[in-house]
Design a protein around this ligand. Structure first.
Ligand SMILES: Cc1ncc(COP(=O)(O)O)c(C=O)c1O
Length: 332
C-alpha cells in the first residue's frame, strides 16, 4: 500500500530510533530532561522567540497557545477551515471557553480586509472582544497553501495598532520555510505565539511545541500540566524531533516536487500545489478512495466531493510515480 492519507503516517527511521535509544533523559515535569531542554532552546532560537514548551500533540500546542492569548468569553478570528476550529474537536470552546468567527479565503490564506471588518474592539459588557487572530501556515484543508510573509507582516502591524494578538498554527511551517526560503525567524517575528509540529512532514513519531515569550511559555507549562500533558523522561521523544530537525527539513523539497507530480496526474493546476498537500474536487470522494485503495493507493476523503493526498518521508519517487498512474486512471 502507498499511503498518501497523511504525512503523519511515517515510521521513525532506523537512525532516528537509534537517536531515541541513546537520548539523555530526566524528569521533564521538573524541567530536568536535558534533551527536551535543548530542543526547546534550539527551536525557540530558530523562530526568534524567548522560549518553547514540548507538547505531545499539535492540538495541545494550539490550545495552550490560543488560550494564553484569548481569555474565556473572548474570540479568536481564523480562516473558515482552520484546523483549530474544524479538527480539534471543539477544544478551544470546550476546554478554554473561547468563541470564534471566521473569514473565508478560497486558498486558506489571510484576508486582512476581512479580519479588519470582523475585528471587535473591547466595548465593555456588550460585545465579545476579538483578542487574537490565528493563521494556519501552511493551511492543511486548503491544500498546503503558504501564507506569504508580507501578509503576516501586514497582520502584525495592524494587530499592534489595535491591540490584538497573533497566533500561528505552524504544524507545517517547515514546509512553508522550505517552499519559499523564508527564514523561520521571519515567521516567528509576526507571531505572539506559534505551535509547530515534528510529527508531520519531519517524520518524528510524536511531538510539537508552543513558542512565545518566557512569560507565556511558563503559563503554558502550568496549563499543560493541568490538562494532563506533563511528561517525564520524554528526551527519547525530543531526540526524535532533534534528529528530524537535523536530517528531515531540507528534504521536504522532495515531498513538494512529488506533490506536484500527483497534482498533474489528477488534472489539477500544479501551481496550486505549493507544498506537500494535494486536494482534488471529485464527484464522489468515497468512490475515489475505494477505487484507489483497490489499486494499492490510500488517499483520504475530506468532504463528500473532495479527496486529499499528502507526500512524505515514507513515499519514494517510484511510489509517487505508481500512485500518479493509479490516480490518473481512477479519475479519468
Ligand atoms: C494544521 C494543523 N494544525 C494542528 C494539527 C494537530 O496536530 P496533532 O494531530 O498532533 O494534534 C494538525 C494535524 O494534522 C494540522 O494539520
Amino acid at each position: 500500500m502507498i499511503d498518501l492519507r497523511s504525512d503523519t503516517v511515517t515510521a521513525p527511521t532506523p537512525a532516528m530510533r537509534r537517536a531515541m535509544a541513546e537520548a539523555a533523559v530526566g524528569d521533564d515535569v521538573y524541567d530536568e530532561d536535558p534533551t527536551v531542554r535543548s530542543l526547546q532552546e534550539r527551536v525557540a532560537d530558530l523562530f526568534g522567540h524567548e522560549a518553547g514548551l514540548f507538547t505531545p500533540t499539535g492540538s495541545m500546542a494550539n490550545v495552550l497557545a490560543v488560550s494564553l492569548l484569548v481569555e474565556p468569553g473572548q474570540e479568536v478570528l481564523a480562516e473558515s477551515r482552520a484546523h483549530i476550529l474544524r479538527a480539534e474537536l471543539g477544544a478551544h470552546g470546550a476546554l478554554a471557553g473561547i468563541t470564534s468567527r471566521t473569514w473565508v479565503e478560497e486558498r486558506g490564506r489571510l484576508d486582512l480586509d476581512a479580519v479588519r471588518s470582523l475585528h471587535a474592539p473591547d466595548m465593555g459588557p456588550f460585545f465579545v472582544r476579538t483578542a487574537a487572530v490565528s493563521v494556519e501556515n501552511t493551511h492543511n484543508f486548503a491544500g498546503g497553501t503558504v501564507v506569504p510573509l508580507a501578509d503576516l507582516r501586514a497582520l502584525r502591524t495592524w494587530a499592534d495598532e489595535v491591540g490584538v494578538a497573533v497566533h500561528v498554527d505552524g504544524a507545517r511551517i517547515w514546509n512553508a520555510h522550505v517552499a519559499t526560503g523564508t527564514p523561520l525567524a521571519g515567521y516567528g517575528a509576526c507571531a505572539d505565539a506559534l505551535a509547530v509540529c515534528f510529527s508531520k512532514g519531519l517524520g518524528a513519531p510524536i511531538g510539537s511545541m508552543v513558542l512565545g515569550s518566557r512569560e507565556l511559555v511558563e503559563r503554558a507549562r502550568v496549563l499543560r500540566k493541568r490538562m494532563g500533558g506533563g511528561m517525564r523522561q520524554v528526551g527519547v521523544l525530543a531526540a526524535a524531533a532533534t534528529y528530524a530537525l537535523d536530517h528531515h527539513v531540507e528534504r521536504l523539497a522532495e515531498d513538494h516536487e512529488h506533490a506536484r507530480l500527483l497534482a498533474e496526474a489528477c488534472g489539477t493546476d500544479p501551481d496550486l500545489t505549493e507544498t506537500n498537500i494535494v486536494v482534488v474536487d471529485v464527484p464522489d470522494a468515497a468512490a475515489v478512495v475505494a477505487a484507489a485503495a483497490e489499486e494499492g493507493v490510500r488517499v483520504g476523503a475530506v468532504g463528500p466531493q473532495r479527496v486529499r493526498m499528502l507526500t512524505h518521508l515514507d513515499v519514494s519517487r517510484s511510489d509517487v510515480e505508481r500512485a500518479a498512474k493509479v490516480l490518473a486512471s481512477v479519475l479519468a
